[in-house]
Design a protein around this ligand. Structure first.
Ligand SMILES: Cc1ncc(COP(=O)(O)O)c(C=O)c1O
Length: 602
């Protein structure tokens, strides 16, 4: 058996990595893509590997010479690589073949077990395929499940709005072709295809021609869970590094989002899993092209739209500023307002990130008092430190502990003249807004600044919306100085505009989250190695009897579940705390099953 690897292309989308080397020579976890492919071929006892080279070919020839681990290497030169496509490289390669063949693209990384199916079906021509996933793009195929014969090939252009991906598969660009099939059917069709379509066509479409001529004799071989990736750009490289790494968690921990590309259950970030409603999404998808094609409005209009969310007089456009996520506003406050800030810890890290140490007065929330904020001590600490800003996150992240409105009013009375930021990002999760929120008091207390992120409770972290509400004109004016003319995108504006139409479904979603939280609390309390802190928010801080780091690693490696280890939060650095978000009742059960299993193994 022989093999062809197509390795002539320039790999422009992987620049600058491909500035001085062809794509198959890009390294992934210390090994080039080409070595990975050749190792898989050697494992299948391939006697000769034909590599079609073009762009930076000396890099490949210099690295491998004329043999690799006992297999002969033959180079086929496609010196027209810059103006031809892989179908032409394939034609050149096939001129050297008179044997059964494994055909691979040089930019695919795959686990060698994929090729094991050849032994079972040595007389059949196989196209290795994988169930379609949302991050994949390009041509897909469909096949008859009983005969395994490929029945349809659908190019990207033909996958219309209503295309059904549920039974779609992606060809992974690895094939096994028998000599008989190559000589009698494949080569003649390839010649015909080249003579009509020219040298710039993709060979994937060849499958379409074979299908059309009823000459396919080509069977789909589903690779199931065996890992593979086509590495076209930096993003693919990052995802495949993650998939093939021995420690996937390490590479996930380096990211700060973009988790939709990965296949794990995320109990680390905090979202309302029941929001937004399906109707909102279907309306949005209808309007999406117009939203993407147009500029959003400026602050004034967006604040007007937001002001319809609450009936209080004080919730008006004059008092509002909308941010690209609350994080944008927090960063500006730190730059523009903070001379010294008192921050109860543990906290949401963005309030202290990028601030010089001497600008922060840390106020430690006592673990032995369940991380409650003792109001007298807090006020004393703010005054003693001469802070001009004091922060209260209500309920607090990561503890989930809430401060009563009455206590906040007492604090506001004591701290007149100090800018008191009350972050109400989790206020609806309390289920008792009236008992905790001070949003209506901004006129009574001019130094009160409300911050609210919409990411979590509304389940829209990707839209990036947060707001600030204050009656304090100097603070508002200062913050506006830092904002560009457009800081909110049009999809976010659309969400703000239409939210009131979906308010009932939001309230319903929050009810569901609160029910899920209460159930999760009962279940977590039964895990013997966790001490759960009661929470008014949609996450739990838990003390681990054992190593928090180890628990996080085990949950990820064995159960594909991500939780947050809080050792990056002051003052928990040398303690073992994790934060677990509430998800749907169904997902919560999966977490509890995993936690119980870990318990059994202890
Ligand atoms: C308390 C609190 N405030 C603000 C934010 C920032 O949220 P965003 O920038 O997504 O609106 C977060 C994020 O976790 C948070 O926990």
């Amino acid at each position: 058996m022989k093999a062809i690897i197509l390795a002539a292309g320039m790999g422009k989308r992987l620049l600058p990595l491909t500035k001085d080397r062809p794509k198959p020579m890009v390294e992934l976890l210390g090994k080039t893509l080409l070595e990975n492919t050749m190792d898989a071929l050697i494992r299948k006892k391939v006697s000769e590997i034909i590599i079609v080279v073009g762009y930076c070919k000396d890099k490949i020839i210099g690295a491998f010479g004329d043999s690799y681990k006992g297999a002969k290497i033959t180079y086929v030169h496609n010196d027209d690589y810059y103006k031809t496509n892989n179908v032409y490289s394939l034609k050149l390669g096939l001129e050297k073949v008179n044997d059964d063949l494994i055909l691979c693209e040089g930019d695919v990384i795959f686990e060698p077990e994929i090729l094991d199916a050849i032994d079972e079906d040595a007389a059949k021509n196989l196209a290795f395929v994988s169930k379609y996933k949302s991050y994949m793009s390009g041509t897909v195929i469909k096949y008859d499940k009983s005969t395994k014969r490929i029945t349809e090939l659908v190019t990207k252009a033909n996958q219309g709005k209503s295309f059904d991906y549920s039974d779609a598969y992606k060809t992974i660009n690895v094939y096994y072709l028998t000599d008989k099939f190559i000589q009698e059917k494949f080569k003649p069709v390839l010649e015909l295809y080249l003579s009509t379509e020219g040298t710039s066509a993709y060979y994937e479409l060849l499958l379409g021609v074979l299908l059309y001529m009823n000459k396919q004799d080509l069977y789909a071989c589903d690779v199931g869970d065996i890992k593979w990736f086509e590495v076209d750009d930096i993003n693919d490289l990052e995802m495949s590094e993650n998939a093939f790494s021995d420690n996937k968690l390490r590479s996930i921990d380096r990211l700060h989002g973009g988790y939709w590309r990965y296949d794990f259950l995320d109990f680390s970030y905090i979202y309302n899993s029941y929001s937004p409603s399906k109707i909102f999404y279907s309306k949005l998808s209808y309007d999406l092209p117009r939203l993407i094609g147009n500029y959003p409005s400026g602050q004034e209009k967006i604040c007007k739209l937001l002001s319809t969310w609450h009936t209080e007089d004080t919730f008006n456009p004059d008092n509002l500023i909308v941010g690209n996520g609350a994080s944008e506003l927090i960063r500006i406050i730190n730059k523009a307002i903070v001379e010294k800030i008192t921050i109860p810890i543990p906290t949401f890290n963005e309030y202290e990130n990028k601030l010089a140490e001497d600008k922060i007065n840390y106020f430690k929330l006592p673990a032995d008092a369940g991380f409650r904020l003792i109001k007298e001590d807090f006020v004393k600490s703010v005054k003693d430190s001469k802070s001009n800003v004091a922060l209260i996150i209500n309920p607090n992240n990561p503890t989930g502990v809430a401060v009563d409105r009455q206590d906040l009013i007492w604090i506001l009375e004591q701290l007149k003249g100090v800018n008191v930021i009350v972050d109400e990002s989790f206020i609806d999760s309390t289920g008792e807004r009236d008992k905790y929120s001070v949003q209506d008091l901004i006129n009574k207390y001019p130094s009160l600044v409300i911050i609210r992120s919409l990411s979590k409770e509304f389940g829209i972290a990707g839209l990036r919306i947060g707001y600030l509400l204050t009656g304090n004109k100097p603070v508002k004016d200062k913050i506006k100085e830092y904002l560009p003319i457009w800081n909110i995108n049009s999809i976010a504006e659309y969400f703000i505009e239409h939210f009131c139409d979906y308010k009932d479904s939001y309230n319903e979603s929050m009810k569901n989250m609160i029910e899920s939280r209460d159930e999760l609390y009962r279940d977590l309390k039964n895990i013997s190695y966790l001490e759960v802190i009661p929470s008014s928010a949609i996450f739990f801080l838990c003390k681990v009897k054992g190593s928090a780091k180890e628990l996080k690693q085990k949950l990820f490696d064995k159960f594909n579940i991500l939780i947050k280890d809080c050792s990056n939060k002051k003052p928990l650095e040398n303690e073992d705390y994790v934060r677990i978000s509430v998800k749907t009742a169904e997902d919560n059960k999966k977490l509890i099953t995993a936690l119980k299993q870990i318990e059994l193994e202890k």
